[in-house]
Design a protein around this ligand. Sequence first.
Ligand code: FAD
Length: 242
Amino acid sequence: MTEQRLATGYVAPTGGWRTATVAGLRRPLQRSVELRLDVHDRIDHLAGQHYVVRLTAEDGYTAQRSYSVASAPGDPLVELFVERLDDGEVSGYLADVVEPGDELEVRGPIGGWFVWDGATPALLVAGGFGVVPFVAMIRHARDLGRLDLLRVAVSSRTLAELPYAEELVDAGAVVVLTREPRGIRPAGRLTAADLVPLWEPGQTAYVCGSTPFAEAASQLLVGMGFPAADVRVERFGPSGGP
Ligand SMILES: Cc1cc2nc3c(=O)[nH]c(=O)nc-3n(C[C@H](O)[C@H](O)[C@H](O)COP(=O)(O)OP(=O)(O)OC[C@H]3O[C@@H](n4cnc5c(N)ncnc54)[C@H](O)[C@@H]3O)c2cc1C
């Protein structure tokens, strides 16, 4: 195990390669899969960190991709939630081929910047599957009895396509839908008017989603006057490579 000292002074754990057994698998949404992994000799993660999953073909070809952890640090299993992309090399395999009891090669936890310490007030802004690391933060906050520290805004095309929708709504998330109305709010993109009521002094903002969403949401925050230095961004862009 290596460690990374954070700006906040505490240390983010970093784990090496491990074998994980698929202990649970569900498909609560179309075109996606929730995997519950029993990671052997696991190093506990911080909410917001991710794992790399590596697949190896019989001819030795490998592909690896990053996936955020949705489970709280106190959960005995590591939960991932993977969107199945068309022609997606790794997401397609995880969503369609993997079965309970299978073993996967994983490396983690990884990441020392996009983590929540469980004590700092935070504004969480997610687009689509960008909610995954925030589910870990919400679950961790609930375990600590500190849900009051988190303000959450999420954007999705429709409610049916939003991972963890019920859990997010229960945590008080503002849910913005771009393809259907929600209550009296017509369909439309996230705006500063959605975020301003969630802004409180001393918050760190975390933004997560596709690259275009992450850019747009960070610009909204900075445009509102949120200090750029207090905005942390995670982009779910293509993550292949060695
Ligand atoms: C830190 C981090 C955390 C991540 N966490 C998650 C997570 O929790 N859940 C999750 O589902 N994904 C997550 N991702 C994205 C994930 O790592 C992969 O990029 C994604 O699963 C696609 O891999 P693939 O092998 O299936 O697709 P590929 O075979 O690499 O690509 C297939 C096609 O999709 C395009 N593409 C690749 N990646 C993306 C993308 N992310 N968005 C849109 N188009 C893409 C490619 O250009 C190509 O056309 C995360 C990425 C990062 C960097």
